[in-house]
Each structure stands twice: as structure tokens, then as C-alpha cells.
Design a protein around this ligand. Structure first.
Ligand SMILES: Nc1nc2c(ncn2[C@@H]2O[C@H](COP(=O)(O)OP(=O)(O)O)[C@@H](O)[C@H]2O)c(=O)[nH]1
Ligand SMILES: [Mg+2]
Length: 356
């Protein structure tokens, strides 16, 4: 699953990206899209690593993209933004990064630091990008429906839906607000509407503003969840070894990095959960969509396990914690044998029984 960081010039995207990926910060003015695999923090894995002592612990990951900053101030910038937007239509989630930090060394967009204004501008541009797609699609369908083609009936249905979508965008609402059924969603999937994707806002604040709530988000876009992050501080944290990081965080009075929290919330917003497998070689979290069955979860681990699936021996992480160890769980009858239609839950620890 892919998350794209986007925002105006110098809002702190590359600094956030560097803290997540461990890569150096991309130079300002870079025109390339950077991509990195980012691991999803999971305190359950930390705890299980201590409990089982596996040779290796593998966290769930998501793909993260760092986009060059948008500049809507001139025609050249607008053209570049349009090209970039066309390249992110296939991602699964958007994170809008807005600048709230004051720093005389970094000249602000439109000559003042104003996160609410910047967010509104980004949101408008995203809506406009979707409006363009809807309009083009309607024009095409209008021509198509007058001809007696094989797809005529379907085209008529889609045309009605696209008109509905056009109406919601024109009143500045996201496409997602007009999609009611899975069939609707399926029909427009290939168009890659941006306002159909889950969206979050990362407010990049100065060190002195940490912990303050940003109250402007609701006013601009009530559907996006917001995180407050100090990119500079996160980047400093990411440079430290585990021990120094813990000490530094204790000094700041925090137990979790904002970047980590942020990755977890993206993971949830994309509808992902994790099931866990435990072996002597590897302890591992596997990302699956909410609602995935035991059979499909088995297929994530290996196609042979899916093919020869017998049962999923399952217990919940929370129960392991409560009972202390697997033996006690077993004695209490808390280890279940689930069949292939069982809907896997977040934090299930599964041992697949299979036969090939
Ligand atoms: N003071 C301060 N400066 C920051 C912060 N985040 C980013 N910067 C600076 O702002 C500039 C732009 O950051 P960058 O991450 O490259 O922004 P991008 O253009 O959105 O990728 C750089 O000089 C960063 O050092 C922050 O939280 N506080
Ligand atoms: Mg950048």
C-alpha cells in the first residue's frame, strides 16, 4: 500500500520522509519523486520479541512517496503540479503536509506562515484536479451513449454517476461523499480520483508548538484526520541510536515518536490490520485488509499454505498477555482452531496447519 506526501514548497515533506525512511533529506528543488519502504511500529511485536526471542523480527511496511513541493504561484509551477498529480492517481492514501513552523531562514509560501490558508489551497487544487477528470469523462460518455454499442446501458449508468460526482465537487465536497455502493466505487476505480482516497493532514509545527491542537483542520476539511508533527525534531530523533532516542524522548515527555504514530494512523486509515506469525526464525506482522479471511491470510504467507489449508490455530495477542504464555492459554481453552472463512482480527497470532 502506498502513501504519498504532498504539500506546498518547503512545508517539510522531505524532512518527514527522511525521518521515516532513514534516508538523507532530498535537496530543495528536487523534481524527482522519492520512494521508500517504511516500517509500521507495533508494540505488540516489541513485546513478542522479548517473549519468544526469535532470530528476526519483521514489521509490517507501507510504501511512502515524497513529492516535490507544489508551487501554484506561476504557470510553470502549475504545470509541474499537474504532472505530479497525474502520477499519484494510483496511490492508496494522501497526506497533505502543511507548514506551521516559523523560521526566518526558510522563506514562507506567499510570504507568511498560514497553515489554514495553505491547506485550503491544496484542497482546492485537489478538487479541481478531480473536476477535470470528471468533466473529461462526462464529455466522453455523452458521445458514447448516443451510439448503439455493447456498453451503452453501462455507459448510461456511469454517466448518471459521473454527473452526480461533478455536482459534489462543484460544491467542494470530496468524491467519496457521493459514493454509496461498492458497485459505484468499482465503476470509477480506474480513474484514480484523489478525493476518493483516505486523506490525512500533517501539520508541521515548530518545537515550541508541540502538543498544541490545530483547530483549523475541521474548518477546512472535516473528513481528514490531523497529526501534529515537528519534522525537524523527528529527524533529530531518527538520527539517534535506540538508547539515546529513548532518553531524548523521556526528556521531551513523550513515549512515542510523532512519525511512528503518524505511520500507524495511515495504516489504519487505509483499512489495514496485522496478523502475526511466530516461528523460531522469524516473528512477523502481516498486513491485510480488514475483513480478510483465514484462507486469504494464509495465502499472504505462502501460496502452498493457502492451497493446503486445514485450520488456522489462532489466539489473540491480548489474551497471550493476560494469560502469560501459550501453555496457560491452551489450558484455558483460548487457542481456537478456525476454518477458512474465519475473518482474521487485528493482533491474531496464527499458526496455519496445512498439507501439500
Ligand atoms: N525550523 C524548522 N524548520 C523546518 C522544519 N521542517 C522543515 N524545516 C526546514 O524547512 C526547509 C524545507 O524542508 P523540506 O523538508 O525540504 O520541505 P519540502 O520542500 O516540503 O520537502 C528545510 O530547510 C528544513 O530544514 C521544522 O519542523 N522546523
Ligand atoms: Mg522536498
Amino acid at each position: 500500500m502506498k502513501v504519498a506526501l504532498l504539500g506546498l514548497l518547503e512545508s517539510g515533506k522531505s524532512t518527514i520522509f527522511a525521518s521515516l525512511s532513514g534516508r538523507p533529506i532530498a535537496p530543495a528543488g528536487s523534481t524527482a519523486i522519492e520512494e521508500a519502504i517504511v516500517h509500521v511500529p507495533d508494540e505488540r511485536l516489541d513485546c513478542l520479541t522479548e517473549h519468544y526471542g526469535p532470530k528476526k523480527t519483521t514489521y509490517a511496511t507501507i510504501d511512502c512517496l515524497d513529492l516535490p513541493g507544489f508551487n501554484f504561484l506561476d504557470e510553470r509551477g502549475r504545470a509541474a503540479a499537474r504532472r505530479l498529480i497525474s502520477q499519484i492517481r494510483t496511490v492508496d492514501m494522501l497526506v497533505l503536509v502543511v507548514r506551521a513552523f516559523e523560521d526566518p531562514a526558510v522563506p514562507p509560501y506567499r510570504n507568511s506562515v498560514d497553515p489554514a490558508r495553505d491547506l485550503a489551497e491544496l484542497r482546492t487544487e485537489i478538487l479541481l484536479a478531480d473536476l477535470e477528470v470528471v468533466t473529461a469523462r462526462i464529455e466522453k460518455l455523452q458521445k458514447q451513449v448516443s451510439k448503439p454499442t455493447k456498453t451503452q446501458a453501462q455507459d448510461k449508468i456511469e454517466l448518471a454517476l459521473q454527473r452526480k460526482l461533478q455536482e459534489v465537487i462543484e460544491v467542494e465536497k470530496p468524491i467519496s461523499s457521493a459514493i454509496q455502493t461498492e458497485a459505484d466505487r468499482e465503476m470509477i476505480k480506474s480513474l484514480g480520483f484523489l478525493t476518493l482516497k483516505p486523506m490525512a493532514v500533517a501539520v508541521n509545527v515548530g518545537e515550541d508548538q508541540l502538543g498544541k491542537e490545530s483547530d483549523f483542520i475541521g474548518a477546512v476539511n472535516s473528513t481528514a484526520q490531523a497529526v501534529t508533527i515537528c519534522a525537524k525534531l523527528e529527524h533529530e530523533l531518527a538520527q539517534l541510536d535506540a538508547k539515546s532516542r529513548k532518553e531524548f524522548m523521556a526528556d521531551l515527555g513523550i513515549t512515542e515518536s510523532a512519525a511512528g504514530k503518524f505511520v500507524k494512523s495511515c495504516y489504519n486509515a487505509m483499512g489495514l490490520i496485522s496478523f502475526l506469525t511466530v516461528g523460531s526464525d522469524e516473528l512477523r506482522a502481516w498486513p491485510i485488509k480488514q475483513g480478510t479471511t483465514a484462507l486469504d491470510a494464509a495465502g499472504k504467507v505462502h501460496s502452498d499454505i493457502k492451497r493446503g489449508f486445514i485450520r488456522a490455530e489462532t489466539f489473540a495477542f491480548d489474551e497471550l498477555k493476560r494469560y502469560g504464555n501459550e501453555k496457560a492459554l491452551k489450558a484455558a481453552g483460548r487457542i481456537r482452531l478456525e476454518g477458512k472463512d474465519y475473518v482474521v482480527q487485528d493482533g491474531d497470532i496464527i499458526n496455519f496447519r496445512f498439507n501439500v
